[in-house]
Design a protein around this ligand. Structure first.
Ligand code: SAM
Ligand code: TMP
Length: 397
């Protein structure tokens, strides 16, 4: 983006696409899976943390994309809340319009649609469900088309998607084409500050191209005529920031912006020492996890995985965990059932498989939904079952 040098600080090796679940038959064919080099670096000048290799967007987001946002009740509530908040603030004027980038199954659009407010979600996979979906990638061209057809948008909102868009200039060009003069671009994505804090290295996978900080977002926005005017911490998905951006000079920045920028500076989130220590801790977690699984397995304990997340692709493939250590992973997503995980080839089974019978140990791969899952699975604990966690360190609870 700024054409400066990106310094690599960790190489996970060659990985498959994180959501490319496949049949056991396809998995048996050598070389069938697409692989890329999963490595991460930081830009010398804008300090944007990013992947080294870019995957063409159509390879990741297509008709077969299995992820459904509504799968978690916590996330359902989260998206309903932001929808309501927009309705009470940015969308309270005359015939407002909300546009969402990466609307997936329409979990946020639903709230806005039910209030009778105009909304449109850009969603290339065609997943859809609630609200109006425009089956396209958001970029300058598609944003201009929507502007011509619908008029300007008061809000462009996006969750867990802007960080996926390597050509971020397109996001800002699209926002420039589509937003009203005083409109806001609001997006929330995994926060590099949290990834450092917890060494949550499995947030690093093909879809997450950028690992934002308030600082790198502010610097990037300024290049494209936008300004960071507010920032919020979100507890979801392992810790995120929500960025509020307006055209430069149109809104007074909230005090939170200066506060978070100062805190980031003090923490040295992208300094050479921080990145070196992150890499060293990561290596230790990988070794500890494999050692624990081997030990429990050798002792004759049963272990299964819980949540065939995109994140788990990094941990399973990086640590070399396969069906020998983890015979299956249970997951609530119907499209993943009957498949095997990309690269690691662990069968994915329906959620009910967890209960019949309960295993001795469950590796919580969906640790970002820990509270919700542990509350739903109280009987597992009551039956003597134990959770294995690996963020921020390997432990049994
Ligand atoms: N926003 C939802 C959430 O937070 O649960 C879905 C997040 S999912 C990780 C990313 C979504 O963004 C996918 O549904 C994907 O198809 C979509 N997407 C990826 N690139 C996009 C782009 N350039 N424009 C619009 N949607 C995109
Ligand atoms: P995510 O980390 O990208 O949100 O993916 C979460 C995955 O975990 C998704 O495949 C659904 C699965 N899941 C369960 O199997 N059970 C649950 O209770 C929750 C919340 C998620």
């Amino acid at each position: 983006m700024c054409k400066d040098v990106v310094h690599e600080f960790f190489d996970f090796g060659r990985h498959p696409l994180s959501q490319a679940f496949l049949s056991a038959e396809d998995a048996a064919v050598p070389g069938r899976e697409y692989r890329y080099r999963l490595a991460i670096g930081v830009c010398e000048s804008c300090r944007m943390v990013q992947l080294l290799e870019e995957i063409p967007r159509e390879r990741k987001f297509h008709r077969g994309y299995p992820y459904h946002s509504s799968g978690s009740t916590v996330m359902h509530r989260h998206f309903t809340e932001i929808g309501r908040r927009f309705l009470g603030t940015e969308l309270s004027g005359d015939d407002p319009l909300l546009v969402e980038i990466g609307s997936n199954d329409g979990v946020t659009l639903r709230t806005v649609a039910e209030a009778g407010v105009r909304q449109l979600g850009f969603e290339p996979t065609g997943t859809g469900g609630a609200g109006r979906m425009h089956r396209a990638f958001f970029d300058a061209g598609s944003a201009r088309e929507v502007r011509a057809a619908e008029g300007p948008a008061d809000v462009i909102y996006s969750a867990n998607t802007v960080c996926d868009i390597a050509d971020i200039a397109e996001v800002f060009a699209g926002a420039d084409a589509l937003l009203t003069a005083d409109g806001v671009l609001v997006f929330e994505d995994p926060y590099w500050g949290e990834i450092i804090e917890r060494t949550s290295f499995d947030q690093i996978y093909d879809e997450h191209f950028y690992f934002f900080t308030a600082s790198s977002v502010a610097t990037t926005a300024a290049r494209f005529g936008f300004e960071l005017v507010d920032v919020e911490r979100l507890p979801v998905h392992g810790g995120q920031l929500r960025y509020w951006l307006a055209r430069s000079g149109r809104r007074a920045p909230a005090p939170a912006v200066a506060e978070v920028l100062a805190e980031e500076e003090a923490r040295g989130l992208t300094s050479a020492e921080t990145l070196k220590s992150f890499a060293a801790t990561l290596l230790g977690i990988g070794d500890d996890l494999v050692a624990l699984l081997r030990k429990l397995s050798a002792e004759g304990h049963s272990i299964v995985g819980y949540g065939a997340t995109a994140k788990s692709s990094t941990v399973l493939n990086y640590c070399g965990i396969g069906p020998d250590l983890l015979p299956f992973i249970c997951d609530t997503t119907p499209a993943k059932h009957g498949t095997v995980t990309p690269g690691s080839h662990i069968p994915v089974r329906e959620a009910a498989a967890f209960r019949s019978p309960y295993p001795d140990y469950a590796l919580l791969l969906a640790w970002n939904h820990a509270e919700e899952i542990q509350a739903n699975e109280e009987e597992f604990r009551a039956a003597g079952g134990k959770w294995i966690l690996y963020v921020p360190e390997v432990r049994i609870v």
